[in-house]
Design a protein around this ligand. Structure first.
Ligand code: BES
Ligand code: ZN
Ligand code: ZN
Length: 466
């Protein structure tokens, strides 16, 4: 999966002859009238014949006298952004498309959008069509684009893979493949060993599945560099456990390892860019299932940190497994801990499907992440770690309850639960995200999606790549 080819949607200028090139003419809506005035009668008639009305994310194929495509008129917003070309690769005919040189400065952004729009999950079905190819004017920036595409394709592929083919073992193989590719160390703790090595919460949540729970652990980079630890929720399928989900609620739950996919995608970006970071990635990988060995509502469980947790709801499993991973991450006092998790439906009610809810105990970090998220067209939105709401996750018989029992502030109480397992002196950021496009948008096909990933990477790049 790590070596999935993303190159076919790009070709270098030197590899094709000029008569194969189709020019993309990016026309901003506010400049359309002026552009029309410069067109010959043939072209104007063609636009009328096609009833073309300029709008963002539209295009019109413009023929030459031989009836071949000479150029493509692409309707664009006044501010060109990442998505401006992303509708093209799967909609214009297969061929080689070129940007005119006045857009070369924005090449990286536009090419990334092109690559994201070219994605297809084709593991179980032949793709409906091949993606069109963008001509690369500048080989150097291709490396950055490829690195981002490789990471985002990995995230999407991991999430899109059905749970039958992406259990804890397969998620482990994917993590191992990534580690191997970048000569990182990989270790894992499997099944009963989680008990003897003191990861009781990961074990108990995963115990109900025939597919054993695991804790995946990747280490990479120079010991002398600042340590950053990534944690990802790796629930390969969330049935809800004994507090079983409805069929509609369960249908998408192959995506409940989306946090783990994000942690691996970010690790791929960091390692590929060779950032001067001592990286650690911790992924509790489990299946929240139902069987004679499943954990029960009302149980009280031990956690690695020593805090006891009453299980108010077996469907609030993500915070339970993350508690052990965050406690382990904290023992090494890294400079920063970032976790990604498809943690609550409540976060989706608050910020919708596209915007990850961000929580942090370190405001400077949250502010910087927000700034990058706006610049990168990858918005995240901060929500408060409102301490008085800790009342809501108190238990009468244990240190904490994994469920608040109220319908309010579900994303905040989940984040406060996680905060209890992070050493308070360590800057920590938590992303509660959807990791899935329910509806198709330009460059964002239906299915698994990286959200907030580019923003976090740019933040790390600015902070550490001095
Ligand atoms: N994986 C779900 C959260 C989820 C659901 C994320 C839908 C994105 C879309 C999580 O494990 C869960 O079931 N959370 C419960 C918690 C509740 C029982 C306290 C929820 O949000 O309803
Ligand atoms: Zn759940
Ligand atoms: Zn879940």
């Amino acid at each position: 999966m790590i070596n999935r080819q993303v190159l076919p949607c790009f070709i270098s200028e030197s590899q094709i002859s000029s008569d194969e090139k189709i020019l993309l003419e990016l026309v901003k809506i506010s400049e359309y009238e002026t552009w029309l005035r410069k067109q010959d009668e043939f072209s104007l008639n063609w636009l009328i014949t096609n009833n073309y009305k300029i709008k963002p994310y539209t295009f019109c194929l413009m023929p030459n006298q031989q009836g071949k495509i000479a150029r493509v008129l692409v309707g664009c917003e006044d501010d060109l952004n990442l998505w401006s070309l992303s509708h093209l690769p799967k909609n214009v005919p297969v061929g080689f498309y070129a940007l005119s040189s006045n857009y070369h400065e924005q090449w990286e952004k536009l090419a990334l959008g092109w690559g994201l729009g070219a994605y297809q999950y084709d593991a179980f079905k032949k793709p409906e069509r091949e993606a069109a190819t963008l001509i690369i004017p500048n080989e150097q920036s291709l490396k950055t684009v490829q690195s981002q595409l490789q990471a985002i394709y990995l995230v999407r592929d991991l999430i899109n893979t059905p749970a039958e083919s992406m259990g804890p073992a397969e998620l482990s193989f994917a993590a191992q493949a990534l580690a191997k590719h970048y000569q990182a160390e990989f270790t894992e703790i499997i099944g009963n060993e989680l008990v003897s090595k003191n990861f009781p919460a990961v074990y108990i949540v995963g115990r109900g599945s025939a597919r054993e729970p695991r804790l995946l652990d990747i280490r990479w980079g120079d010991d002398t560099h600042p340590k950053v630890t990534l944690v990802g929720k790796g629930v390969c399928f969330d049935s809800g456990g004994l507090d079983i989900k409805t069929s509609a609620g369960m249908l998408l739950m192959k995506k409940d390892m989306g946090g783990a996919a994000h942690a691996l995608g970010l690790a791929s970006l960091i390692m590929d860019a060779n950032l001067p970071i001592r990286l650690r990635v911790l992924i509790p990988a489990v299946e929240n299932f139902i069987s004679g060995t499943a954990y029960r509502p009302g149980d009280v469980i031990q956690t690695r940190k020593g805090l006891t947790v009453e299980i108010g709801n077996t469907d609030a499993e993500g915070r339970v497994i993350l508690s052990d991973a965050l406690a382990e991450a904290s023992t090494e006092s890294p400079e920063l801990i970032i976790d990604f998790a498809t943690l609550t439906g409540a976060a989706r009610v608050a910020t919708g499907t596209d915007i990850p809810a961000m929580f942090s105990n370190h405001q400077i970090t949250a502010d910087a992440l927000f700034r990058h998220s706006k610049n990168e067209c990858d918005l995240v939105w901060q929500m408060p770690l409102h301490q008085p709401y800790k009342e809501l996750i108190k238990s009468e018989i244990a240190d904490l309850n994994n469920n608040s029992g109220t319908p309010y502030a579900g994303a905040i109480t989940a984040a406060l639960f996680l905060e209890s397992f992070v050493e308070e002196t360590i800057p920590w950021v938590h992303f509660d995200l959807m990791a899935y496009n329910e509806l198709e948008k330009p460059g964002r096909p239906k299915g698994g999606e990286a959200m907030g990933l580019r923003a976090v990477f740019r933040f790390l790049e600015e902070k550490y790549n001095l």
